[in-house]
Design a protein around this ligand. Structure first.
Ligand code: HEC
Length: 137
């Protein structure tokens, strides 16, 4: 009995650890409350400064990106610190290229692709959140 108890505790502890860094499987994002964007991909973020988008993006980031890019966008060095992303149109485009396609080099998946899992609305919501914590450079 005692051994079982310890195992249960360990399972509980490791679950807590995993969750504190977000889920491992890419998660869809609930974008209720945001204006739908249609099917064409936009070149620039339509939700800059939109409080609802920032809030949705914050949760979506914690679930999908934090385990590599760091909790609250402070990178621990595993992946680039997204607070330094270009705040302008170039940053918008680079962000979309990466989040849609991921990053694969020499057959190694450094970052998974999120196209087909997170909607365009969810992606721009994450960009809005990142923009809200950006560091000027
Ligand atoms: C499994 C780890 C992992 C996850 C999860 C992940 N990324 Fe990444 N991401 C990386 C790595 C590693 C790179 C650098 C890739 C390279 O150097 O080619 C990167 C690069 C990027 C870049 C380009 C940054 C730059 O400075 O060039 C953006 C933007 C980005 N990720 C956004 C996101 C977003 C948004 C999410 C969540 C939806 C996410 N990533 C989830 C690992 C991850």
């Amino acid at each position: 009995m005692k051994k079982l108890h310890t195992l249960g505790l360990m399972a509980l502890l490791s679950t807590t650890l995993v969750f504190s860094h977000g889920n491992v499987t890419p998660q869809p994002v609930d974008t209720k409350g945001l204006a739908p964007l249609g099917t064409a991909w936009l070149e620039t973020n339509p939700y800059v400064g939109n409080e609802t988008a920032i809030e949705i993006g914050k949760h979506a980031y914690a679930e999908n990106c934090a385990r590599c890019h760091g909790l609250e966008v402070v990178s621990g060095g595993v992946a680039p610190d997204l607070r330094y992303l270009d705040p302008g149109v170039e940053g918008d485009q680079w962000f979309m290229e990466r989040i849609r396609g991921g990053a694969v080099r020499n057959g190694n998946v450094y970052m998974p692709k999120f196209e087909g899992i997170i909607s365009q609305e969810g992606m721009w919501a994450i960009r809005s959140y990142l923009f809200s914590v950006k560091i000027d450079h």
